[in-house]
Design a protein around this ligand. Structure first.
Ligand code: PGA
Length: 256
């Protein structure tokens, strides 16, 4: 059975005090209102990781985890401003996002760099949330399946099968991120099924069946249940709606 995951990517939002308050609220609601079946990942900015790790404490047993939004492709050294995978691991990070469209777009992160980042996350024993997804022009041109295929192939398909136990894919159509425009369940399912077929083609059906594939892009309590009802949508990577504890936990409940 593959994992059901709902991850909240806070992006560059919240001061430390606000972030701690949000994390506490989410943790309490998840404990009180959910059955513990869904893996919940809180992904605050780097500065809040350790304090949020403290708040999560032993709740990993109840499937509440800590995530980071990015990591350096380098192991260590003279890279001012970068944060390494070893550092993230040392403050209790369980999951790391690599390849978010905002990193690809605003920081010109390409396939090779993302392959190196993915490798760092995996070699430090953490779980990788690898994002893919097409911009609007590609959706309109009708070549989105090929586009997503290239993103996966170029950054991940050189890996052996073993680290795939720790890989989660997030399909996030760029035209749906932060725009209020969600992919329809059918649009999302088409790409999710394609991603699973690609993984099966490279690594076999059994492995492909175990990989959780999340949808991201204006996912909210009102549309989460119908997205999660699709056969190949195993959960969500939530941006805007993760900044409100009530909305985020309602999305977790929609995934149960
Ligand atoms: P959104 O962001 O939910 O605000 O659209 C999703 C994401 O970028 O992970």
């Amino acid at each position: 059975m593959r994992k059901k995951i709902v991850a909240g990517n806070w992006k560059m939002n919240t001061t430390l005090a606000e972030g701690q308050a949000l994390a506490s609220e989410v943790i309490h609601m998840v404990e009180d209102e959910t059955n513990g079946e869904v893996h919940v990942v809180l992904i605050p900015p780097f500065t809040h990781l350790y304090p949020v790790h403290k708040l999560i404490g032993s709740l990993r047993e109840k499937h509440i985890y800590l995530g980071a939004q990015d990591c350096s492709a380098h192991e260590k050294g003279a890279y001012t401003g970068e944060v390494s995978a070893a550092m993230l691991q040392s403050v209790g990070v369980d999951y790391v996002i690599v390849g978010h469209s905002e990193r690809r777009e605003y920081h010109a992160e390409g396939h090779d760099l993302l392959a190196k980042k993915a490798h760092r996350v995996l070699e430090h024993g953490m779980q990788l949330i690898f994002c893919c997804g097409e911009p609007l022009a590609i959706r309109e041109a009708g070549t989105y399946l090929e586009y997503v295929e290239t993103q996966l192939r170029e950054s991940l398909f050189a890996l052996d099968a073993e680290p795939w136990k720790r890989i989660v894919i997030a399909y996030e159509p760029v035209w749906a991120i932060g725009t209020g425009k969600t992919a329809t369940p059918e649009q999302a399912q088409e790409v999710h099924a394609h991603i699973r077929r690609l993984i099966a083609g490279r690594y076999g059906d059994a492995l492909a069946h175990e990989v959780s594939i999340l949808y991201g892009g204006s996912c909210k309590p009102e549309n989460a249940a119908e997205l999660f009802a699709q056969a190949d949508i195993d959960g969500g990577l939530i941006g805007g709606a993760s900044l409100n504890a009530r909305s985020f936990v309602d999305i977790v409940k929609a995934r149960q």
